[in-house]
Ligand binder design. Structure first.
Ligand SMILES: [Fe+2]
Length: 141
């Protein structure tokens, strides 16, 4: 089945966020081993993604990130698309798995490498390295 390989170029340079993104990928791969496993993917993936998105959005709010609104919109679209993909996989529609894997691949390339990398650059431009680490780890400012 469609496995995705973590590449160092996926890293946005903020350790905790990179760890979460990597975990997301590992979890996805684990559940893509066969068709029926993919059906079980959605519950936990949606819950985990929801938590991860909420954390990112909280972070962006704290640093007054100007791109927050657009970024949030992308997260909501991900959630909507997951609902749709879940339906197609559950209904065993042809191409459902291919569509799911290609969606996740695009998500890593378009969202993580562009939108997430953008807020990371903004943080680095406006904050000291140790402040970033403290904020991400403990949510303090
Ligand atoms: Fe994001």
């Amino acid at each position: 089945m469609g496995q995705m390989v973590w590449k160092s170029s996926f890293a946005i340079g903020i350790e905790e966020i990179d760890r979460q993104h990597q975990l997301l990928l590992t979890y996805f791969n684990k559940n893509m081993e066969n068709n029926s496993a993919a059906v079980g993917l959605f519950g936990k993936l949606k819950a985990y993604a929801g938590e991860h998105f909420a954390g990112e959005e909280k972070l962006m709010r704290k640093i007054n990130y100007p791109g927050l609104e657009g970024h949030q919109l992308q997260h909501r679209l991900f959630e909507e698309q997951m609902e749709h993909l879940e339906e197609t996989v559950k209904n065993n529609e042809s191409q459902a798995i291919i569509a799911l894997v290609s969606f996740m691949r695009d998500w890593f390339l378009d969202h993580i490498l562009v939108a997430d990398a953008n807020y990371a650059s903004y943080m680095r431009a406006t904050m000291a390295e140790d402040d970033i680490a403290m904020l991400v780890a403990f949510g303090c400012d």
